[in-house]
Design a protein around this ligand. Structure first.
Ligand SMILES: [Zn+2]
Ligand SMILES: [Zn+2]
Length: 93
């Protein structure tokens, strides 16, 4: 008798959102996701595959964080330029 449950030991990882075969983990929460349940987000130089949950939660904030960083750096550069201008104006007198 060889009845009973057939266990698939090497069953590939299943998508966390549907029951299809996952193609890879989410870059943010590491949940296995399939190609249909993830979105590609460009975060700087790298393209990330993130699940729908993370896309809803923080997918946009990833790009927003980069934009915030650029604004922050721009602010510092503007402040430095202002200091240089003030010092130059003071030394010229
Ligand atoms: Zn899926
Ligand atoms: Zn995720």
């Amino acid at each position: 008798m060889s009845g009973g449950l057939e266990l698939h030991g090497d069953d590939p990882a299943r998508c966390a959102f549907c029951s299809r075969q996952a193609v890879g983990p989410c870059a943010s929460c590491r949940q296995p996701v399939c190609g249909d349940c993830c979105t590609l987000t460009e975060g700087g130089a790298k393209v990330w595959a993130i699940c729908l949950d993370c896309d809803r939660r923080g997918g946009r904030s990833l790009a927003g964080a980069w934009r915030g960083l650029l604004v922050w750096l721009g602010g510092i550069l503007a402040a430095l330029a202002a200091i240089v201008a003030i010092v130059g104006w003071l030394t010229r007198r």
